[in-house]
Ligand binder design. Structure first.
Ligand SMILES: [Zn+2]
Length: 307
């Protein structure tokens, strides 16, 4: 087993797929139950890491996967997955049926935000997924993991309108995608992740309140890893989202560049105040994509004022 894989109880493997060639950025999960399932695939460029990791734990064939949402850091490698494992079946929000067989529109839309060059270099091109390999999810649908174990797909908008979380009652693990936010290694707090065009506080808080009612032991985040103290982290995520909204709202109409400088130094100051070590702070600051956060928050605040 490679050292960037961690095995948790009840046969859940956390796999670091080295997004953007860096450790600790994107986790996929493999539930090695009687009827196994992969959660998330990561971007295209990470696919070789995923395959070699799976092989290192003796997995040479993956028949099913569940995707939390249609952002390319989570599903970019989906066409590679279906191409490699011929009988592969993907569980995803119904928008997957629309976009994945012909991913050009999705690619173009994301390129307008990140630029095509950045996307190709950092996450890699996306290949089409035939419609016969896609299963569109319904809220509260149960995915069979074998021997009576089930994974419940829970529709949860707020971060993205096409977002599902997946709850494994057997291990009390909730696969969160990006619904909670970011927690990097050594972090015991949650950094908000509120991108345009879908971030909506009310929807996100409804989702988090709903998830908070589940019997939980672990939160499995995409960015990054498995975490205990689920209820404390959900509460912390909500507090921090409120604070970020207030901060951005108070900046009023200043330019995006100035807002970027302000929020970066404000967040850094907060973490220094919490006595977080320098390398953890840099990990959060360098990987947050603050431009996107400002756009997402401003878009939400604008829509709230102009319904
Ligand atoms: Zn993500």
């Amino acid at each position: 087993m490679k050292q960037d894989i961690i095995k948790f109880d009840n046969n859940i493997y956390q796999i670091d797929v080295f997004m953007e060639n860096k450790p600790g950025r994107m986790s996929c999960y493999y539930i090695d139950s009687a009827n196994p399932l992969l959660v998330e695939v990561g971007p295209s460029n990470s696919f070789p890491y995923l395959v070699s990791s799976l092989e290192s734990i003796g997995i040479s064939e993956v028949n099913r996967s569940a995707m939390t949402h249609l952002h390319l850091d989570h599903i970019g490698g989906i066409g590679h997955l279906v191409e490699k494992y011929k009988e592969h079946f993907v569980y995803i929000h119904e928008l997957g049926i629309k976009h994945l067989p012909n991913p050009e529109r999705l690619w173009k839309a994301v390129s307008e935000v990140y630029t095509e060059e950045w996307l190709s270099t950092n996450w890699g091109k996306i290949k089409p997924t035939p419609v016969k390999n896609i299963h569109s999810l319904k809220d509260k649908e149960l995915i069979n993991l074998g021997n009576g174990r089930k994974l419940e797909a829970i529709y949860g908008p707020g971060h993205a309108k096409h977002h599902y979380t997946f709850y494994d009652e057997y291990s009390k693990t909730l696969f969160m995608g990006d619904t909670l936010g970011l927690i990097y290694p050594h972090g015991n707090f949650v950094q908000p992740n509120l991108p345009p065009p879908d971030f909506n506080k009310e929807l996100l808080f409804n989702t988090l309140d709903e998830l908070n009612k589940l019997d939980l032991k672990y939160l499995a985040l995409a960015h990054f890893g498995m975490h205990e103290n689920p209820y404390k982290l959900i509460e912390n995520a909500k507090e921090n989202i409120e604070e970020w909204l207030i901060f951005i709202n108070n900046l009023n109409d200043i330019s995006e560049e100035s807002a970027l400088v302000s929020i970066k130094s404000w967040v850094r100051g907060n973490y220094e105040f919490l006595n977080i070590d320098e390398s953890t702070i840099n990990n959060y600051i360098n990987n947050a994509n603050f431009e996107m956060q400002i756009k997402g928050i401003r878009n939400y605040l604008f829509n709230k004022k102009n319904p």
